[in-house]
Design a protein around this ligand. Structure first.
Ligand SMILES: Nc1nc2c(c(=O)[nH]1)N[C@H]1C(S)=C(S)[C@@H](COP(=O)(O)O)O[C@H]1N2
Ligand SMILES: [Mo]
Length: 172
């Protein structure tokens, strides 16, 4: 092998390694900078803190957002909820599981099948009628199903999955 061909091979290797790094970065999750609102743990392929995916407010706001206008058992009349789609959070975390265990500040927890996030535009609402949900308003994150759009969701099982004050999602 000539010296020149070795140099060309080394160059090609460096270019390929560069592309591999770039594409790994495209799926990797940046580190949170602000206070962490949500931790996704368990079967998580894109961890950013230890083996968990931590999200601050800005990170949640960069995920695909969705607006759901619906009546619920918890508010009078229809409310306009907005926040990231549950499936966008799972995707960003690289979640690879069948079920999620959604845990609230008060340790209340419910199992939500991943299929719910795929079949319905379930959001983790951060705002109601344009106002940030504070902890005292069931925030900072409230699992909201599109009840008005899908009346079949109006049942006790789905109500029990409507976790407010969400702080952790365990992927199982
Ligand atoms: N954080 C939190 N979310 C929760 C609960 C809870 O205790 N804490 N209860 C769940 C259950 S079992 C139901 S049926 C619905 C409705 O609760 P409510 O009837 O007390 O309003 O909220 C769900 N979300
Ligand atoms: Mo319930």
């Amino acid at each position: 092998m000539t010296c020149r061909s070795v140099i060309l091979k080394v160059r090609a290797f460096i270019v390929l390694a560069g592309f591999a790094l770039l594409s790994a970065q495209a799926i990797a999750l940046e580190a949170p900078e602000g206070p962490v609102l949500l931790v996704v743990s368990g079967k998580v392929g894109h961890p950013n803190v230890g083996n968990e995916a931590h999200f601050d407010k800005a990170m949640l706001e960069t995920l695909e957002q969705h607006e759901t206008i619906t009546r619920t058992p918890w508010y009078d009349g229809a409310v306009r909820f907005s926040g990231p789609l549950g499936r966008a959070i799972l995707e960003a975390a690289g979640a690879e599981g069948v079920n999620t265990r959604v845990v609230a500040l008060n340790e209340y927890a419910a199992t939500i099948p991943v299929s719910d996030f795929e079949n319905y535009d379930v959001i983790l609402a951060m705002q109601a009628n344009g106002k940030a949900l504070r902890i005292r308003d069931q925030g900072p994150l409230f699992v909201i199903y599109p009840f008005d759009e899908h009346p079949e969701l109006l049942n006790e099982e789905i109500f029990s999955r409507s976790v407010w004050q969400v702080m952790r999602i365990e992927v199982e």
